[in-house]
Design a binder for this molecule. Structure first.
Ligand code: FUB
Length: 450
């Protein structure tokens, strides 16, 4: 057995990290992603726990943040760009800052957002304008005349014409004036969409064809799928094409999404209540890759824990966000009173395995592996390149009864020398070789000590 180089007994919980959800310190619903200046900007809505006096079992949103990323893995939070008390036409305590969008036109950024109007009922849609995607954004004094509803989305066509879509008694759309803040000729109901509840329109153009994508409840007592229709014209009529993503398997009622092309790949941003399993109005943004068929139709997308993007071998590899797993693997929150502390995986039996895709070893040439693990009896894990039968990279043993410590049931960080150093980007598999063992994360290091 390899010599154990270092043991750290974890007295404090470590910060959570994971691939899906992509933002790991706050809720982020209704994720609209846009590419500006070669970066992906994420404009989600911001679920918060409802303050006293507000409905506890409903959506509660008081402001918007914007985030950006160049690799879809590391996200920078640029902070609050708009709060309910700064919307001149909105209820300052409406907590109704629902799904937004942002587009760039002629060097300016137009942020569209729904909100509860002051002294009125239902929802209206406003615009806030900035010189930079990160803001500062200045809200227009009035909401957009003729738009009563939620979930605005803007498509700018190749000829510069801009179209606004939103939901409210179905999905409506209309052309915007050059000023981007008013409808040009009113609006019309989008025709050709299936029966059943629809909201959250997201429109885009690809290879000369228009796509209208939307959350859709397809069956009685069902929850939302993500579905789409195509057309040769920005305002339809539309031809319904089917499902992009099936209902959540945990009955989270909403889904809401955007599709964006970045560095040659298409991605679906969507949400799910990962950090709030008991309450589906506190959601978190996730990403998956999307593929199109030759005829322009969209292949159905499956939800994963792993999400997208490379994980640097030298960062904490949150293996509980695995790509696939065999029998005997389960995940649990690290701290059920603070779910943002993330998860750990438990491999219950000898032979239980999990696989984590796309780990980038290119910036490291020799090394050690540290892992945060926990067991009740002496046992060990092996780490392999590729599948569970792939080349052995390291063996992580835990001896729970050392001369100095009783480690039974305690989280410890163990550090070992690697047997082999993978090159480039590879998948990693972790295999339980003995009694039950839990793992929170692992990390490749150039030096053995932290
Ligand atoms: O986030 C509040 C609402 O839930 C959105 O506006 C809808 O699209 C649904 O996701």
């Amino acid at each position: 057995m390899k010599r154990l180089l270092c043991i750290t007994i974890c007295l404090l919980s470590m910060g959570a990290g994971a691939q899906n959800p992509i933002i790991r310190d706050q809720f982020t619903a209704d994720p609209t992603a846009r590419v500006f200046n070669n970066k992906v900007y994420l404009f989600p809505s911001h679920d918060i726990p409802a303050p006293a006096g507000q409905r506890q079992d409903w959506f509660c949103m008081e402001d918007y943040h914007v985030f950006s990323s160049e690799n879809l893995t590391d996200w920078t939070d640029h902070g609050v760009i708009l709060s309910q008390e700064n919307v001149p036409w909105g209820k300052p305590d409406g907590y109704s800052m629902w799904a937004p969008d942002c587009v760039a036109k002629d060097g300016k950024y137009y942020f569209y957002y729904p909100n509860a109007p002051r002294g009125g009922r239902g929802f209206a849609v406003g615009v806030a304008i900035a010189e930079h995607p990160e803001g500062p954004y200045t809200p227009e004094k009035e909401s957009i005349r003729g738009v009563m509803g939620i979930d605005p989305c803007v498509l700018i066509d190749d000829d510069g014409a801009a179209y606004l879509y939103w939901s409210g008694m179905g999905i409506r759309g209309g052309r915007l004036k050059e000023n981007m803040t008013e409808l040009k000729d009113g609006s019309l109901q989008m025709e050709g969409l299936p029966e059943g509840f629809k909201e959250g329109p997201f429109a885009f153009k690809r290879d000369g064809r228009y796509y209208l994508t939307f959350p859709w409840v397809r069956k009685e007592n069902g929850t939302e799928t993500l579905a789409y229709a195509m057309s040769d014209s920005p305002l339809g009529p539309w031809q319904f094409k089917g499902i992009i993503m099936a209902e959540h398997d945990n009955r989270c009622w909403t889904n809401h999404h955007s599709l964006v092309q970045y560095k040659g790949e298409w991605y679906l941003f969507y949400h799910r209540n990962h950090y709030s399993p008991g309450m589906d109005k506190r959601r978190s943004a996730c990403i998956e890759k999307v593929s199109f068929n030759a005829d322009g139709t969209i292949q159905e997308v499956k939800q994963t824990l792993r999400g997208v993007g490379l994980t640097q071998a030298t960062s904490k590899i949150e293996v509980d966000r695995y790509s696939s797993a065999g029998d005997g693997v389960s995940i649990e929150f690290n701290d059920s009173t603070d779910t943002f502390q993330g998860w750990h995986a438990t491999l219950a039996n000898k032979g239980s395995w999990l696989r984590y895709n796309d780990v980038d070893f290119s910036s490291i040439s020799a090394g050690y592996v540290s892992a945060k693990i926990k067991a009740n009896a002496n046992t060990y894990l092996t780490i392999h390149e590729g599948s569970a039968e792939g080349k052995l990279i390291a063996k992580l043993a835990i001896n729970v009864e050392t001369q100095r410590y009783d480690l039974r049931g305690k989280w410890v960080i163990l550090t070992y020398a690697l047997d082999e150093m993978p090159r480039g980007t590879t998948d990693l598999s972790i295999v339980c070789e003995g009694a039950e063992i839990s793992i929170d994360w692992m990390q490749i290091k150039t030096a053995p000590l932290p």
